[in-house]
Design a protein around this ligand. Sequence first.
Ligand code: AHM
Ligand code: MG
Length: 328
Amino acid sequence: MIQLEQSFLNFLLDHQEKHNRTYHFLILMDALVSAAKHIQHYYLTGALKGNLGFANTINVQGEDVMRMDQIAHEITIHYLKSTNRVIHAVSEEADDIIPLNEEGGRYFVYFDPLDGSSNVAHGLPVGFLFGIAKRNLDGPEDCHLRAGKDYIAAGMFVIPTGTFTLALKEAGTWRFHIDDTMNYVKPVSMVLPKDKKSWELSFNAANHSTFAYRVQEWISENVKKYSYRYLGALAGDFHRTLSNGGMFMYPAIVNHPNPTKNRPEGKLRLMYEAAVVAFMCREAGGDAVDETGTPILEIQPKSQHQRTALYVGSKPLVDEIAEVLKKR
Ligand code: AHM
Ligand code: MG
């Protein structure tokens, strides 16, 4: 007997039917999966074709070398547009909100098509992160930017590793693996482990002395209790946090020796980085807060590229750091 696994689209079809939902979401997700596969292909062949270069470099034909993140952005917009179901999109790679089908669309999509830029030149893991919200179906829609609590789904593809993690509102977080035929298959329910033995802390240790003193103290007291891992690409680091438990942190930078390099507002982007992992984490039993201890999912974005500090992972650790952060 051949062993065949359940495909992602079949899993989603079951989910939609079980919850009496429409197929519109299936069409949107199919577009995102198609985009991810396309990005995966470009990334895997990127070093050979010169796509892992940086923008502003010129290839031998005298043309601009396209950065992978620009390619990934164009691919994603192409597929989102083709669904006819997206009102507008926000991309890390575009300054402005991108109108798609403002009259007949049903969803808002906030995405970072290739996060973890420092890994690109090495072909190491990067992430395609996205959050999805739905238009108001009960009355007029003002198209305001949605807070994470109003997302209906959020997910990430780890490229080129070939994993896909998706959280569906109030229905859990699931992980899929890409198979030989480039299909994502074999749903596995993700729940953060309660056993602290596997927990890991993940943050850029080189930034330690630039964090708020109370954060530095908490880290000094806790870092030896857990393993430490840092890849420098949110999707890869958060992938581990979700599997092993613990906490990923990107605290505010407030004590940099060169004050112009402080980032009191944090580094990561709220709508398509922090809220995406916070949503996946909540659906897996965890939590996430910002530098004031406020839940990430409660933050109402004022602008599409707003930044935030991020502490995301196992609930007991996030609760503990939230208490520290609230003591100002
Ligand atoms: P990017 O959008 O320019 O790729 O930056 C986001 C990335 C995250 O994936 C990662 O968690 C973080 O920046 C790493 O930053 P640092 O290199 O400062 O540790
Ligand atoms: Mg990014």
